[in-house]
Design a protein around this ligand. Structure first.
Ligand code: AMP
Length: 514
């Protein structure tokens, strides 16, 4: 049977190569049989505890084999999984739990103790999966093998919700169906010629759409995925050693991680004989850093992938070897299979070669919408601007691109105040909303300051209420309570006023230049 649901990808591996390693963690690994059976048991347990088709079940776990069991268990129960950022403050996680009305939560005792005080109500079904402790996790292993439940899902059903930064101050949940995720996974398997002998590295956190590739494309071909331990990921030299020792063949991450590896990982200490594919996405890869990396790891093939969480990956560009001279950024390339992309200029006309415009995407990989945010959904999922009679919706990316003579798209920047820092997607408005909670803040703006290695760093610009002095430590503490670490401004500047446009809005351009 050709899988039409994400968790069905496990079945051929579990039947055909049950002892092959599916997931390699720091403390333990899971074979295909173990992952399949443990997730079947979790699925039954969730259903016994009242989880039904379409329910949202959160995962609040550090990246671990248990978290992967949770993903498959939740999907097999017919529910949608919602991965929480383990590094985000409890208040932000609690917002997500409540926003999508989670019916269930798979977590650990420690993490629950951290989250619980921030919740108004704990989800009705909480399952603890501790890596090394008795309890639910052990029971998942001891219970006799059972086939998975059959909740009767179809491919259009919701598979997961990924929360991403929201310009209004609250994160928004991108709803992805089984079909949308599989469209991307199936394309990736074919396009990159992925195979059972591959070993994928999972570098991205589970609440990032990059991890969809590592987890599910590996499963689709019965390959192994090794979870990059967070402590290793921080130190580029350790990461370089880990890639070699873990015999990684397929790497996928944001460019910032690869820049760190190229600049500080001394990867020339290794031969990287097995690493055959290096894929990157999520932000511009400065060509000088990419050049250094390709010099250090010359045998691998490199690909630039592009796509917002809302569309999965939708374009790809094979990086030429050798890289062209100069420092012009690489194109983001052309549409993936089953996907169409096009750019429209400000008058709504298709951009011709040489022209620029905003990028639109259509095809089965698109999100269903933002969880319970009809207005925000309608603002980006639009009737086809050139064929409004068609029933389908197209996604308006907010990304400005230029089409070149060869038919490749080049990323030029954003139309709005969304930025990338170390590959993290950040709406400056979300940080500003946090800063406005300080009682002495009269006005707040956040700007992105270009940074050689991280894409950008963040600067908060603050106008204090008359007669008030604001301590930057207080602002940092406020941000730490509300925002994940990567959204906390690295510096603050205090001013008497913020520049405004003629219509009285914040003039970001002027602020950026000042
Ligand atoms: P995310 O939803 O976190 O994947 O972020 C999506 C945004 O990241 C896109 O809308 C682009 O602005 C940017 N982006 C993604 N891939 C690339 C790429 N290969 N090159 C430049 N920018 C990218």
């Amino acid at each position: 049977m050709t899988p039409y649901l994400l968790h069905q990808l496990l079945a051929p591996g579990a039947a055909g190569s049950p002892d092959r390693i599916a997931v390699l963690g720091r403390k333990r690994s899971l074979s295909y049989r173990e992952l399949d059976q443990a997730s079947n048991r979790l699925a039954h347990r969730l259903r016994q505890r009242g989880i039904a088709m379409g329910d949202r079940v959160g995962i609040d776990l550090d990246k671990s084999p248990e978290a992967v069991i949770a993903i498959y268990g939740i999907l097999k129960a017919g529910a949608a999984y919602v991965p929480l950022d383990p590094r985000a403050p409890a208040r932000r996680a609690a917002f997500i739990v409540e926003n999508c009305r989670m019916r269930g939560l798979v977590t650990s005792g420690d993490r629950l103790a951290r989250l619980e005080p921030a919740l108004t109500a704990v989800p009705p079904c909480v399952i603890l999966l501790e890596a090394d402790a008795p309890g639910d996790a052990a029971a998942l292993e001891d219970a006799p093998a059972a086939p998975p439940p059959d909740p009767g899902l179809v491919e259009q059903d919701l598979a997961y919700i990924l929360y991403t930064s929201g310009s209004t101050g609250e994160p928004k949940g991108v709803m992805i169906s089984h079909r949308a995720a599989l469209t991307f996974v199936n394309w990736a398997v074919d396009y990159f010629g992925l195979r059972p002998g591959d070993r994928f590295a999972n570098h991205a956190p589970l609440h990032f759409d990059l991890s969809i590739f590592d987890l599910f494309a590996a499963a689709a071909v019965g390959a192994s995925v090794a979870l990059v331990p967070p402590a290793v990921a921080i130190f580029p030299r350790n990461l370089a050693d880990w890639i070699e020792e873990s015999r990684i063949t397929v790497w996928y991450s944001v460019p910032s991680a690869l820049t760190q590896l190229a600049l500080h990982g001394a990867p020339e200490r290794h031969a990287y004989g097995r690493l055959r594919l290096v894929l990157f996405a999520g932000e511009v890869f400065p060509v000088e850093h990419l050049r250094r990396l390709t010099g250090q790891i010359p045998r691998a093939a490199y690909f630039n992938l592009y796509g917002p969480t809302e569309t999965n990956v939708c374009t790809v560009h094979p990086v030429p070897a050798p890289l062209p001279m100069g420092s012009a950024p690489l194109p983001v390339g052309r549409a993936c299979a089953n996907t169409e992309v096009f750019a429209l200029d400000e008058q709504g006309r298709p951009a011709a070669p040489g022209e620029s415009g905003e990028l639109f995407v259509r095809g089965p990989s698109l999100m269903q919408g933002y969880w319970e945010r009809p207005e925000q959904t309608q603002a980006v999922l639009l009737p086809h601007p050139l064929h409004p009679e068609r029933p389908e919706r197209v996604y308006r990316t907010g990304d400005l691109v230029r089409l070149d003579q060869a038919g490749d798209y080049h990323f030029l920047g954003r139309r709005d105040a969304q930025v990338k820092s170390r590959g993290y997607r950040i709406e400056l408005g979300e940080i500003e909303a946090a800063l406005y909670r300080h009682p002495a803040v009269a006005e707040a703006a956040v700007i992105a300051v270009p940074h050689e290695e991280f894409g950008c760093t963040l600067r908060g610009v603050i106008v204090a209420r008359e007669g008030h002095n604001i301590d930057r430590g207080d602002l940092e503490a406020l941000c730490a309570e509300l925002l994940p670490p990567y959204m906390i401004p690295a510096e603050f500047q205090f001013r008497a006023a913020l520049p405004k446009t003629s219509s009285g809005k914040l003039d970001r351009k002027a602020l950026q230049q000042a």
